[in-house]
Design a protein around this ligand. Structure first.
Ligand SMILES: C[S@@+](CC[C@H](N)C(=O)[O-])C[C@H]1O[C@@H](n2cnc3c(N)ncnc32)[C@H](O)[C@@H]1O
Length: 286
């Protein structure tokens, strides 16, 4: 297919997918990326539209609540703000509605407690394919000057999270982008890649390692689901998991294996050398 034909075929698929209420808030880049791949592998546009929707379901919609009432949630969070216990309770209720954060609720205190024991107060975070995880901010030991960058593929989720981050007095941004094609390159102290790699590998098999190598963070918190959403088996232990192990062992940072819970996830943290910092000769905490 000629370049211009390909571009217009992608646009046809994008428009058709955006026309569906289930996918209208997905960032256009994400739809276009998937559409281009599906057009190359399917017999016609109709098949490519169906396959693009299926893929979007697998990587995003399957984890989301049936109905996300972001305006109402933000209003409730505003009401709870100022009362730490009430705010945490409300955040937990909302996190319970996303398959990934729901699973982590019982260990939130333990998880983020361990992170801060290891690296101290957190000054900057990049939360990649974040889902509802920024709502766990009240459990994180963020410094008063902390900056939080949250990236996922939904425009309405990004707007909600932007409102929440501001509400809890944290600087930063929540943005809808296609993280499988890279993340913004501002340096951060810690990046979270929570249960994101197996999900993103459904879009691109090489994305896991590429992200690990390119995220400009000094510390990485990476997790893998023990079981897939649908199958509840270990099938989703992905190609990247052994690669990650090897990368951590042979790299210059330390590998810790925390929270090895048979029914939840295995967690790794890797102190990643600040390669860019070393290259540019910059110093100081981020
Ligand atoms: C398994 S969930 C993990 C969510 C979160 N990290 C957590 O552990 O709670 C995967 C997330 O990746 C997001 N996602 C999938 N593909 C994406 C893409 N190409 N760009 C940005 N976000 C994406 C989905 O919307 C979903 O929120």
């Amino acid at each position: 297919m000629a370049g211009s034909d390909q571009a217009s075929a992608v646009q046809v698929v994008v428009s058709a997918v955006q026309g569906s209420s289930k996918y209208r808030y997905v960032a256009e880049d994400v739809i276009a990326h998937i559409a281009a791949r599906e057009l190359a592998n399917r017999r016609n546009t109709k098949e490519a539209i169906k396959a693009t929707k299926n893929k979007l379901h697998q990587v995003g919609a399957a984890y989301m609540p049936q109905r996300a009432t972001y305006d109402r949630w933000l209003a409730e969070l505003r009401q709870a703000a100022g009362d730490e216990a009430a705010l945490r309770e409300r955040c937990a209720e909302i996190m319970r509605q996303h398959a990934s954060t729901q699973e982590r609720l019982p260990i939130l205190g333990e998880l983020y407690g361990e992170v801060s024991r290891r690296i101290g107060a957190i000054h900057s975070v990049m939360d990649v394919a974040c889902g509802f995880n920024p709502l766990a901010i009240p459990w994180m030991s963020l410094a008063p000057d902390a900056v939080y960058y949250a990236y996922d593929m939904y425009l309405d989720l990004a707007e909600f999270l932007q409102g929440f981050i501001a509400l809890v007095g944290v600087r930063g941004e929540a943005r809808a982008i296609d993280v499988s094609q890279g993340v913004p390159q501002q340096e951060v102290q810690v990046a979270y890649l929570l249960k994101a790699i197996p999900c993103l590998e459904q879009l691109d098999k090489a994305v896991g390692l590429r992200l690990l190598e390119s995220i400009p963070a000094r510390h990485l918190l990476v997790s893998f689901p023990v079981a897939s959403l649908a199958a509840r088996t270990r099938e989703c232990w992905t190609i990247t998991r052994p690669i990650l192990r090897n990368w951590c062992r042979t790299g210059s940072g330390g590998l810790s294996n925390w929270f090895s819970q048979p029914s939840w996830s295995t967690w790794f943290t890797r102190i990643k050398r600040a390669h860019r910092r070393a290259q540019t000769g910059q110093k100081g905490a981020v």
